[in-house]
Write a protein that binds this ligand. Structure first.
Ligand code: ATP
Ligand code: MG
Length: 422
């Protein structure tokens, strides 16, 4: 086995190196620990000389005692057991480039059914590598004192990193866990790797199994794609291999949406609701509802997806000249902001666009100064009338008919008799 101790010492940041050295010391000192390895993405990234994500460790033996000791030595709080025999050490307040260290007990996994969660049993590092998604993600480097730096690579992941290819470990990999189809897309695009020649065939054979994943799992994977800097390429590839249609038949990415996303992809600051609204721009109401249902989406994400079609129904009115700001506000009141932003970016260059911009930048912030309490104080009786009068004042304010708080109070007073007479 090649020794990659150089990667641990010269290619790693000071913080990573410190964690690796703690691991080595603990494995020397703790009786119940027979081996400790960095494993998965971090090994791949160190070999590729890319900045690794968080630290994933696999411990042969007592991972609980190991992770408690590692947490203590790094100054972190006691680890949480996040899943079966998996421990998370949160280091975000301690290190600047490592936000968490995930420690798993080396395990074997088997799948009783496609897309189900696996059955897990404690095992060796080789078995722990066998359960992984791709050869390039199935390598480990030992941190134990006796074989510090030894690469464990039973699937020739190192060769595949060199050949720049994403390859599954066995033919039923995507059937066992169809989320790996999303992962294949993410790694291929992120790393600039090719899918191994058999992968397309294996993906098309198992793509229907996406149906068997829960809404939450599908949505998580989709949102992970959206959170990547290369999301445009990933969405294109997802469409090409039939992954989008497998999520929901109407899900597709329009040319305009792709163009808008590619103009943005350099900036990481686009929020998820905005990304969801742009990605699903152009879906009709039924298609959007189906996607929301498939994702089992919480309201905040769901409304970003259905909001586009909702806005499309009303937006043409905004082309009328001389619309008062209060009318614009009325039309857009129920439309999610993300959908309005998406329309500004991806919709046609008609007068409506200026109205949308005005709404986002100005109109939506205009609020009356008076509150219900002010109205009660001047003797207006409690009840729905309070809300109705505030609404009148709000519209007047939007249209520039009142400016001071006193104006607002006067207006409310003057309208009171009319409301009382109703
Ligand atoms: P990233 O930089 O995106 O975090 P990563 O390779 O570290 O990449 P994680 O999702 O953090 O990916 O997972 C860590 C490791 O766990 C992977 O490298 C892989 O070995 C394994 N893994 C994660 N998800 C799966 C899966 N669905 N099937 C098999 N192995 C998986
Ligand atoms: Mg990771």
């Amino acid at each position: 086995m090649p020794n990659l101790s150089q990667l641990l010492t010269t290619k790693s940041s000071v913080e990573y190196k410190r964690v690796f050295e703690h691991c080595r010391d603990i494995s020397n000192e703790l009786d119940g620990v027979d081996g400790v390895y960095i494993v998965g993405g971090i090994v791949r990234d160190l070999i590729l000389d890319r900045a690794p994500g968080d630290i994933d460790l696999s411990v042969v033996g007592d991972a609980k005692a190991f992770s408690q000791e590692l947490a203590a030595r790094t100054g972190a709080a006691s680890p949480d057991e996040s899943q079966f025999l998996t421990f998370k050490i949160r280091t975000s307040g301690i290190f600047s480039d490592v936000s968490s260290i995930d420690v798993v007990t080396a395990r074997a996994e088997s799948y009783a059914d496609s897309a189900a969660l696996p059955d897990v049993s404690v095992s060796s590092i080789d078995d722990d590598l066998k359960r992984r998604d791709f050869t390039v993600n199935a390598m480990a480097i030992s941190l134990a004192g006796s074989d510090w730096g030894t690469l464990v690579d039973p699937n020739n992941g190192f060769g595949d990193v060199m050949r720049k290819r994403i390859k599954v470990l066995h033919d039923s990999s995507f059937v066992d866990d169809p989320t790996r189809i999303f992962r294949a897309v993410r790694y291929a695009v992120r790393l600039g790797f090719k899918l191994d020649s058999r992968m397309n065939e294996l993906i098309s054979k198992s793509i229907a199994n996406i149906d068997r994943l829960s809404g939450t799992r599908v949505r998580n994977e989709f949102e992970l794609v959206l959170s990547e800097p290369n999301r445009v390429e990933m969405l294109r590839m997802s469409e090409e291999i039939g992954l989008l249609a497998a999520i929901s038949p109407g899900l597709r990415i329009g040319t305009k949406a792709l163009q808008v996303l590619s103009e943005q992809s350099e900036s990481d600051s686009v929020e998820l609701p905005d990304l969801l609204a742009i990605t699903t721009f152009g879906l009709n109401e039924d298609e959007a509802n189906q996607v929301v249902q498939r994702f089992d989406a919480p309201p905040a994400s769901g409304e970003s997806i259905t909001g586009n079609a909702q806005l499309a129904k009303h937006v043409a009115v905004l082309d009328q000249p001389n619309l008062a700001p209060s009318e614009v506000a009325e039309i857009l009141r129920e439309i999610p902001l993300a959908s309005i932003n998406a329309y500004i970016l991806a919709g046609p260059p008609l007068p409506r666009r200026d109205k949308l911009v005005e709404y986002v930048e100005k109109i939506r912030f205009i609020k009356p100064e008076i509150t219900g309490d002010d109205l009660l104080e001047i003797g207006i009786p409690q009840g729905p009338i309070i809300g109705q009068l505030i609404d009148v004042v709000r519209r007047a304010k939007l249209d520039g008919k009142v400016s001071t708080k006193q104006d607002e109070i006067e207006l409310a007073k003057s309208r009171l008799p009319g409301f009382l007479a109703k």
